[in-house]
Design a protein around this ligand. Structure first.
Ligand SMILES: Cc1ncc(COP(=O)(O)O)c(C=O)c1O
Length: 373
């Protein structure tokens, strides 16, 4: 058999296994629009599944900023920030993020994923230990593996378990957690984790991907990463840290050194988004009020963020409910293993400032109907 034949046979065998396990995923063309509206296959839908919590991704002010920056700086960055010379919008964005987070300095990366996989291995290595919350995002796990450090996973939000593992840890310890957990919407006990780290000379790094602009509260983590692709409605990742750490990352984070910088239009859109977050706090308040109303209508515990998991257990059931909701005009994605643990397949319902109270009421009615069927 030719190499091409072996390659396609390999892919087909894998696809077969994925289909048999109900884990084959497909990309579905969807046109997103303002205020959580979308259309797919000619049908109008309301999206309750994206991370555009402040409904900024289609905001005319971000679009205008992006167009102006494209005219002024062009579209592509040309090469790595270290090679072509740094587009000045990077440092504007970095200064704004550092000020917002009350940190000394900031470094913008191509995405949140790249920020994590570049930063973690730059901080610790083979003789060190990483303590990681079991529900931390896949890119924190990937960054941890790339570092070569010993990885010890602690039970979700269980500070006592983290403390136990801390006792046995060797070398420099880096503790990784999310501030707002992406699939459960709950918050990390960040103050307790910081105190634990302080007692053991460990470093705390937080992933604030789902907190930026929504759940802004004091964060004692020494290293704080996040993304501009969610509430900021744009794209890109960042790390805030002491100035010397940032300086070190510029030379040591491979996912900064060896990848092309963000396009200027995206940087300009992200800067505009930070302005809007600051000037229009009612957006975050509206998104949170929408999540609270939904939980109240469905008798769910009050939400800790704008992400509400509706756990249904079986993968197939989650998929059926998601499809039935789409048929009624709502996009609510089913999240299943390996993204979440076996037996915890769920609908991940996310709320945005662009949803009206009526949208939320109608979704909760539709969901109750579909779940009862
Ligand atoms: C917790 C968390 N961290 C990091 C990322 C990666 O961010 P980005 O989409 O900017 O690569 C995500 C995105 O899904 C996330 O949910």
């Amino acid at each position: 058999m030719s190499s091409l034949g072996r390659l396609t046979r390999h892919a087909e065998a894998r696809l077969e296994r994925l289909r048999a396990a109900g884990q084959h995923r497909v990309l579905r063309p969807t046109h997103r629009a303002t205020d959580a509206r979308a259309s797919r296959a000619g049908r109008d839908l309301i999206s309750f599944c994206d991370n555009d919590y402040l409904s900024l991704s289609c905001d005319p002010r971000l679009i205008h900023a992006a167009c102006e920056a494209a005219r002024h700086y062009g579209v592509g960055a040309g090469a790595s920030r270290l090679i072509t010379g740094d587009c000045p919008l990077n440092s504007v964005l970095e200064q704004r993020l550092a000020a917002m987070k009350g940190m000394e300095a900031c470094l913008v990366f191509g995405s949140g994923y790249l920020a994590n996989i570049g930063t973690i291995p730059a901080l610790v290595g083979r003789n060190d230990t990483i303590l990681l919350d079991e529900l931390s995002h896949s890119c924190m796990h990937a960054g941890a593996r790339l570092s070569g450090a010993e990885i010890r996973v602690f039970r979700h939000n269980d500070v006592s378990h983290a403390a136990e593992l801390m006792q046995e840890a060797t070398g420099q310890v880096l503790l990784l957690t999310e501030t707002v957990f992406s699939m459960d919407g709950d918050l990390a006990p960040i103050e307790e984790l910081a105190a634990l780290c302080e007692r053991h000379d460990a470093w705390l790094m937080s992933d604030d991907a789902h907190g930026l602009g929504i759940m802004e509260k004091p964060n004692p983590a020494l290293i704080q990463m996040g993304t501009l692709s969610k509430a900021a409605g744009a794209y890109g990742g960042y790390v805030c840290a002491p100035a010397s750490v940032i300086d070190m990352l510029v030379s040591r984070a491979r996912s900064l050194v060896y990848t092309t910088g963000l396009p200027a239009p995206i940087l300009a859109a992200a800067i505009t988004a930070l302005d809007i977050m600051h000037a229009e706090p009612q957006r975050a308040a509206q998104a949170k009020a929408n999540a609270a109303l939904f939980c109240q209508l469905l008798d769910l515990p009050p939400p800790e963020s704008v992400i509400v998991p509706v756990i249904v257990g079986e993968e197939a059931r989650a998929m059926t409910i998601s499809a039935a909701l789409e048929a009624e005009g709502y996009l609510v994605t089913a999240i299943r293993p390996p993204t979440v643990p076996e037996g915890t397949s769920r609908l991940r319902v996310t709320f945005a400032s662009g949803h009206s109270e009526e949208d939320v009421r109608r979704l909760s009615e539709a969901l109750s109907g579909v779940m009862a069927a």
